[in-house]
Design a binder for this molecule. Structure first.
Ligand SMILES: Cc1ncc(C[n+]2csc(CCOP(=O)(O)OP(=O)(O)O)c2C)c(N)n1
Ligand SMILES: [Mg+2]
Length: 884
């Protein structure tokens, strides 16, 4: 109850408690005293003792910063925004049933409006603007504000969730892909906004530490979240980073309306207390805004401590009920539990009791909390604001379990809403839920513009100024292009060479951001530790145990590597922060995030999807790829399907290179497309750890590498039969060996092709096919793959370390069809040779596959295939890798 007694009084209490404490210590000993104290403290708290504070506001009334704004005007502006946000959802659903949410923004309107009027700073010439992660389904509120600001028209609002309507519409949620000049950060997949904001705040520090930005004022990163959203592991799983990295540039505002979609977040407990304990434990500054101003006087008069006791006793399910029921119910069931409390509210009518505000609906309380948060040093801050879901909807859904999905309002409910928020809309038109914007010279509009001007401009806003980089030319990667005669190397090793040369590049070296989740040694990237350093805001406070070695673990304040530790989600959040820096800060950065491929798309695929939406650029390297190439590691490690996952992301270019020179061609072109041409795309490359020959680049193959397929090694002339084998990654070696066997033993000339990207071939083919479908009388277009293969005779087969669906993507456009071999099924631990036989992608299986494909076409006898199976020692009755 600090703050509810004077300071002098507090000192006396503290002295008395101190002497009781010493007495107890003397007579009972430290352990028993500690237990007694814990028990006493436990009486004050509903969560485990030690981590939470009493269930009252963190800022005592006496220490509350005064509200500097005009409360009446702000309330009116907020009311109009409330109305328009509600109206756009109601309108959208009265005609088209396209959904939308009213009750989320209804509960958080004050949280946003106080922030918009007093704290969130826009972008100016010398300030990048605060970075704000808006709660996804509060989007109608942001649109409604932008409408008052004149940034969106009535037609935009009318077309909320109807993006394909004539003249365009507004996206359901924050999607930079769909509204690239408005939204900066996609947030609606719950838990992604929080983790991105954490790593964004840290990335801002990284940019400063490395001298890549020079801000007069540091931008704050704000994230507005739901209390239900906090159940996502992504939300809370990384919060210790905030304290560890000293991120006092980060503020989270959690809208604790106590409800999620189905019902209460913690009906039987208190979400605010639970979160407070977690955040305090994680080292954050926690500001609770539970009670509105009306409660201050009640708490001050509560000499018995019963009011606090009652506040502590009630669970969130009770508080939800007090919202839904009339004031008489709260009088009876909340205050009525103790006679002292009934007396405390004797002077209030039931109506007044029902209007006792929660903290998150009180602009004065929110202002004080924000002010404290922006001024806080040394820790990130979380504000836990208690609100009512569907606030102001009354019977239509305030505090009800159905509140989240309330999308329609009848005329009576609309009238009540209008009365409550005093919206100047007349009876005769109210049923049409018209939008309302006060005249430009009204005090409200003047105030609104003045506030935004003072804060530097409108938010959200995404601004991209072209800043092309001087990227290296392909010839600069000479070492990879001329192959490796020194022996056999892996594509992972080839990549480390390439990355090394990039960080040393004079033009763009500083903008390269290597990101690694604790696997640098596996990939041979530890050489970079010493060379460019690992970023740490503290530098290196200890002497690393390997200090005497050449490649020691070198942490530095201006280190370039983001060594994230074992968090693929966190690393991906870093990738996104770096890959969007061109837009967020006008500073293009080039992330190379290298990870164990199995723990990428499969594990944190939603963040990869978001990378597309947010228009991130950069390179993702799925290393140690391949169901059989990563031998030994077994079922959970061996990846044969990331390329398929990657193929589903519209802006992702997936590649499966076999050789170092292919890697060089792809990366060089990627740098050009993303950082010179300004394309909003990113790359996914499979890298493998098998050493094999790295030949020099044949002439004229660049275009084919980039498009997805080129002939790498033609088969010998003079054979009766013709086949084509598409190989990818290290499995191209199965194809090359099969080529020899087929020629020597079966009279087949097989051309070996390197298939670098089935997705890109498919996308191109679909593009042509679609055009042909819609232009049926015009000369048909031919895709690259069709044109390339039209010149070829013979049968086509594919072999790779991926599931068959990866090559099957192009089957419809291969003349006579494509017969694919692949690694469908769970991986297992064994040697590469045994695994490749098991999955039937080794050279022998490739020979058999080719012969089978020829037999299917009637070009050879089936007995020839049977004989080959026997001759090559393949057991036809061996188990089938894919069981279902
Ligand atoms: C990952 C994910 N799962 C489920 C949903 C669907 N969903 C949208 S809003 C919502 C409830 C949100 O509750 P809360 O976070 O408390 O936000 P509130 O609306 O109460 O402010 C759910 C389940 C989603 N958007 N993302
Ligand atoms: Mg909620």
């Amino acid at each position: 109850m600090a703050g509810h007694s004077g300071a002098g009084n507090g000192d006396k209490w503290s002295q008395s408690l101190q002497s009781v404490f010493e007495l107890a210590l003397e007579s009972q000993g430290p352990e028993r005293t500690a237990r007694l104290l814990e028990k006493l403290a436990g009486q004050l708290r509903s969560a485990p003792p030690g981590v939470t504070t009493p269930y009252i506001n963190t800022i005592p009334p006496g220490q509350q910063a005064p509200f500097p704004g005009d409360r009446d005007i702000e309330r009116r502006i907020k009311s109009y925004i409330r109305w328009n946000a509600m109206a756009m959802v109601v309108k959208a659903n009265s005609t088209t049933n396209v959904g939308g949410h009213i009750s989320t923004f209804a509960s958080s309107a004050t949280l946003y409006e106080v922030a918009f009027n007093h704290f969130l700073r826009g972008r100016t010439d010398d300030f990048p603007g605060d970075l704000v992660y808006f709660q996804g389904h509060a989007a109608p509120g942001m649109y409604a504000r932008a409408f008052l600001e004149g940034r969106l028209s009535e037609r935009h609002l009318q077309n909320f969730r109807q993006e394909l309507a004539e003249g365009g519409g507004l996206s359901s949620y924050p999607h930079p892909y769909l509204m690239p000049e408005f939204w900066q950060f996609p947030t609606v997949s719950m838990g992604l906004g929080p983790i991105m904001s954490l790593y964004q705040a840290r990335f801002n520090r990284y940019l400063q530490a490395r001298g890549l930005v020079h801000w007069k004022d540091e931008p704050k990163v704000w994230a507005f979240l739901g209390d239900g959203e906090c159940d996502e592991v992504d939300t809370l799983g990384a919060i210790t980073l905030g304290a560890r990295e000293n991120l006092d540039n980060l503020i989270w505002v959690i809208n604790c309306n106590l409800q999620r979609l189905d019902g209460p977040v913690r009906g039987n407990g208190k979400i605010i207390q639970e979160l407070e304990g977690l955040f305090r434990g994680a080292g954050w500054n926690v500001i609770k805004v539970i009670w509105g101003t009306d409660w201050d006087a009640l708490l001050a008069r509560d000499k018995s401590g019963r009011l606090l006791k009652r506040m502590e006793e009630c669970v969130d399910g009770d508080y939800q009920k007090y919202t839904v029921e009339p004031g008489s119910y709260t009088r009876k069931h909340f205050f009525g539990k103790y006679p002292e409390l009934l007396e405390l509210v004797n002077h209030l009518t039931d109506e007044q009791i029902s209007k006792l505000l929660r903290g998150g609906h009180d602009a004065r309380k929110m202002y004080a909390a924000y002010k404290m948060a922006v001024e806080h040093k040394g820790q990130p801050t979380v504000i836990l604001a208690k609100t009512v879901k569907g606030y102001g909807l009354g019977e239509a859904g305030e505090g009800k379990n159905i509140s989240h999905q309330q999308k329609k309002m009848n005329e009576k409910e609309l009238r009540e809403f209008r009365e409550r928020f005093q919206i100047p809309i007349s009876d005769d038109v109210i049923a049409e839920t018209p939008f309302f914007r006060p005249p430009p010279d009204s005090p409200e509009m003047k105030y609104l513009f003045e506030r935004r001007k003072a804060l530097g401009g409108f938010l959200p806003a995404r601004v991209v100024k072209p800043a092309p980089l001087q990227v290296p030319k392909l010839a600069d990667f000479e070492r990879l292009l001329k192959g490796d005669n020194s022996g056999e190397v892996s594509t992972t090793k080839a990549f480390t060479l390439l990355l090394g040369s990039l960080v040393r590049n004079k033009e763009i070296g500083r903008q390269i951001v290597p990101i690694i989740p604790d696997e640098a040694r596996t990939f041979g990237l530890d050489g970079l530790f010493k060379e460019v350093g690992i970023y740490s805001w503290k530098g290196q406070l200890y002497e690393p145990v390997d200090r005497n070695s050449l490649l020691y673990y070198h942490e530095a304040k201006d280190g370039q590597i983001l060594e994230e530790g074992i968090t693929e989600a966190g690393s991906m959040a870093s990738f996104i922060a770096a890959g969007t820096s061109y837009a967020t800060h006008g500073v293009p950065m080039i992330p190379f995030y290298i990870y164990y491929s199995m723990f990428g798309l499969q594990r944190v695929g939603d963040l990869f999807w978001l990378a597309g939406d947010i228009r991130a650029k950069g390179f993702l390297l799925g290393a140690t790829a391949g169901r059989t190439t990563l031998n030994g590691e077994g079922l959970q490690h061996q990846d044969g399907h990331s390329l398929l996952h990657a193929s589903t992301i519209p802006t992702c270019l997936p590649y499966d290179p076999a050789f170092g020179f292919e890697l060089a061609v792809i990366v060089a072109d990627g740098l050009r497309r993303m950082y010179v041409e300004g394309e909003d795309i990113f790359y996914y490359l499979s890298l493998y750890n098998e050493n094999h020959a790295m030949p020099p680049m044949p002439a004229g193959v660049e275009d084919g590498i980039l498009k997805g397929l080129y002939k790498f090694k033609p088969g010998p002339d003079g054979k009766a039969l013709k086949a084509h084998i598409f190989g990818s990654g290290p499995i191209i070696n199965s194809a090359l060996k099969a080529q020899e066997i087929l020629a020597e033993r079966y009279g087949v000339s097989a051309d070996v092709w390197s298939a670098t990207s089935y997705k890109l071939l498919r996308t191109d083919a679909i593009r042509c096919q679609r055009w042909n479908m819609l232009h049926p009388t015009q000369p048909p277009k031919k895709s690259y793959v069709e044109e390339l293969l039209a010149k070829e005779q013979g049968t086509f087969i594919a072999v790779s370390d991926n599931i068959r669906t990866v090559p099957d993507q192009i089957a419809p456009w291969v003349p006579g069809g494509l017969f694919a071999l692949g690694t469908d099924g769970f991986g297992r631990s064994d040697t590469r040779a045994r695994l490749r036989r098991f999955f039937e992608i080794d050279a022998e299986s490739t020979v058999i596959g080719t012969l089978y494909a020829l037999a299917e076409k009637g070009q050879i006898e089936r007995q020839t295939v049977e004989k080959a199976i026997k001759d090559l020692g393949v057991d036809p009755e061996k188990i089938q890798p894919q069981l279902v």
